[in-house]
Ligand binder design. Structure first.
Ligand code: FEO
Length: 394
């Protein structure tokens, strides 16, 4: 990462991970960054570190600006290892640094790296004077771990919210006005759908809390991807919409197939939904990954899932997808189902049980076909697509 300033004496010292394509299961087709920030004042503060494989690069970036031995504070906004696992290396050089974290952050640091650190805890509203600048802390539990907190640089109006408002996007640019806006918003949506979606109510409340605090925000500097400086309200509004479950007349069909029967059914359902004028996306697992499917589901009103029966249950890719999807708790979607089988069914029952257990709304009837769909079966699939489309338009 080339050395970039956020403002005078606030430097980006993080790193770009160009080639990561799997971030604990999330398909990061455009790589990512681990952002860290260095603030020079009467006291020097490092905000977050980076993934341990890049510790030396972080150290080099700091050394280009100052002697790491002069770091007084390391602010740990979040202990997940993509942000904290360089701590053991950095602390060897920043020998006099005090680590600042939330109470749960302190506990997590000790649980990850042992108890040999000097750690002070902070809570919402606490401030740390660096000299001309002041850091104010806002606890943000579950955004994205219990320990998470935001750091706000009062005088510069910079919010450093760690994971929140991030994107897995590796670029040589650092700011929103330097990159393609569509790519940026697409990656922000992918990130929200695959990481933050389960915490939607908390996100809405946290944004409302910050608004009520009346803190002006000129820049949002997250821990992944691009920094929002041209119009930070754009990503805040997007988060409010996503968290509220704002969606459109769109049906996402996710399926897999063994010998083409569920593929034919999926296409007939797509035709039925399309005939009612709604937007349709058709995703075959093994051609599309669950990361992409969840991103499409983010602004859809209905999801239709299809599987062949294998060994009396659903096809393994559907098992994996539904585990992932139900865990992410997409809000307010209508779920429909279809499937095929040879001699004994099982996939449909198993899929419906899985989503019912997660509390999702299930459309009835489903369509199930033995071996290969005939004309009459495909008509039922077409009608299923129509029924779901009509329901979401109502
Ligand atoms: Fe980027 Fe929750 O770590």
């Amino acid at each position: 990462m080339t050395q970039t300033k956020l403002t005078e004496n606030i430097h980006c010292v993080g790193v770009v991970d160009w080639n990561i394509r799997d971030f604990h299961g999330y398909a990061t087709r455009r790589g990512t960054t681990y952002n860290a920030y260095l603030i020079l004042d009467e006291k020097t503060a490092l905000i977050d570190t980076v993934k341990h494989t890049f510790s030396n690069e972080l150290l080099r970036n700091i050394c280009e600006i100052t002697d790491p031995g002069k770091i007084d504070y390391i602010i740990v906004n979040h202990v997940e290892m993509d942000h904290s696992s360089s701590l053991p290396v950095i602390i060897k050089y920043a020998k006099n640094a005090t680590i600042i974290a939330s109470q749960r952050g302190k506990d997590a640091i000790i649980e990850h790296y042992g108890a040999d650190f000097c750690i002070e805890t902070v809570k919402t509203g606490d401030e740390l004077k660096l000299g001309k600048r002041t850091l104010r802390f806002v606890e943000a539990p579950m955004l994205h771990w219990p320990d998470s907190m935001f750091t706000y640089v009062v005088e510069d109006k910079i919010l450093m919210p760690n994971d929140a408002f991030g994107q897995h996007l590796a670029t040589s640019q650092r700011f929103d006005d330097e990159v393609d806006e569509h790519v940026l918003m697409e990656e922000a949506a992918i990130y929200y759908a695959n990481i933050l979606m389960p915490f939607a109510p908390l996100i809405t409340r946290k944004i409302q809390e910050i608004v009520q605090m009346g803190i002006p925000i000129a820049i949002i500097a997250p821990s992944h991807g691009i920094i929002w400086r041209s119009d930070p309200s754009k990503i805040i509004k997007a988060y409010l919409d996503w968290s509220a479950g704002v969606s459109k007349n769109k049906v996402v069909i996710v399926f897999d197939t063994m010998w083409g029967s569920t593929d034919k059914m999926a296409r007939a359902i797509a035709e039925g939904a399309t005939s009612e004028g709604v937007d349709v996306k058709l995703l075959k697992l093994r051609a599309s990954d669950p990361t992409e499917a969840m991103t499409e589901i983010l602004d859809a009103k209905a999801v239709v899932v299809g599987s062949p029966t294998l060994n009396n249950g659903m096809f393994p890719t559907l098992g994996s997808f539904l585990t992932y999807a139900t865990g992410l708790k997409p809000k307010g979607k209508l779920w429909g189902f279809f499937g095929s089988y040879g001699w004994g069914g099982g996939a449909l029952k198993s899929m419906i049980e899985t989503v019912r257990k997660a509390g999702f709304e299930v459309h009835e009837p489903s369509v199930e076909v033995k071996y290969v769909p005939e004309r009459e079966d495909l008509k039922k699939c077409f009608e299923l697509g129509q029924q779901i489309a009509v329901k979401i338009k109502a």
